[in-house]
Design a binder for this molecule. Structure first.
Ligand SMILES: [Zn+2]
Length: 241
């Protein structure tokens, strides 16, 4: 069974202070550039969810991998976009629709340093550069803790808000904190999305539920060799298939 890695990134910026929590969420711009460079050198193309799903479904065949960014950080717009454009890669950035130009306030209690989120103007520039915008709810909530009506509002409301701000459809969703269940998968589909990613680890396969897609987390401490191993294990799968 062929399978494709869909990479999960959060921030791309300078290393956070030594004792701050979740430092691993921030990849140094040089590491990110090296990772994209090596994949490009090997003949792989990085793709957004919109672009990579036909490969997961085996409607298209090629050397590809998925690139996703959670939360819509401004440093991704500033530091990752130029690299993606250099190699003609696309990617999906999951934005928190009520928090344009604000900060990662949901992370405050976990000790994650404050970081700025993209503005509406930056979101539009991101999309104009061929990159995809996905939704990460209105307020970065734990969806399973909400009533179904509240969860529906987070799913439908965020999509509406992003579609209006963007003037284009939004079909990709990502569960905040990776929190989801079967009822939420159904709600996500009903809200008009066509796919949803999780923090479940693994490569994306044709047999996966398209509303519970696993990803490969890339962290600050992920060495280049490990990065390559994770990205290229699909080769093994192709050979065995
Ligand atoms: Zn998030």
């Amino acid at each position: 069974m062929p399978s494709i890695p869909i990479l999960m990134y959060h921030q791309v910026g300078p290393t956070p202070p030594r004792h701050s929590s979740y430092r691993g969420l921030t990849i140094h711009p040089k590491s990110f550039a090296r990772q994209m460079w090596v994949m490009h050198q090997l003949g792989y193309r990085g793709l957004s969810m919109r672009d990579v799903l036909p490969y997961v479904r085996r409607e298209k065949v090629g050397k590809v991998f998925g690139i996703t960014f959670d939360d819509g950080f401004r440093n991704v717009f500033q530091n990752a976009l130029p690299v993606l454009l250099k190699y003609n890669f696309t990617s999906t950035n999951y934005l928190v629709a009520n928090l344009f130009s604000q900060t990662n306030s949901w992370d405050k209690d976990r000790g994650v340093p404050r970081a700025e989120l993209m503005s509406i103007t930056e979101m539009r520039a991101w999309a104009q550069a061929g990159q995809e915008i996905g939704s990460h709810t209105l307020d970065h909530v734990h969806l399973p803790e909400l009533s179904l009506a509240e969860a529906r509002e987070q799913l439908v409301g965020s999509r509406q808000k992003l579609v209006e701000a963007l003037g284009a459809d939004v079909t990709a969703f990502c569960y905040p904190y990776g929190d989801f269940n079967v009822a939420l998968q159904r709600l996500t589909q009903e809200a008009g999305y066509t796919n949803a990613t999780t923090t479940k680890r693994g490569l994306a396969k044709m047999t996966d539920d398209v509303f519970a897609i696993p990803r490969v987390g890339i962290w600050r401490s992920t060495p280049l060799l490990r990065f390559l191993y994770q990205c290229l294990s699909q080769h093994e799968n192709l050979r065995r298939a």
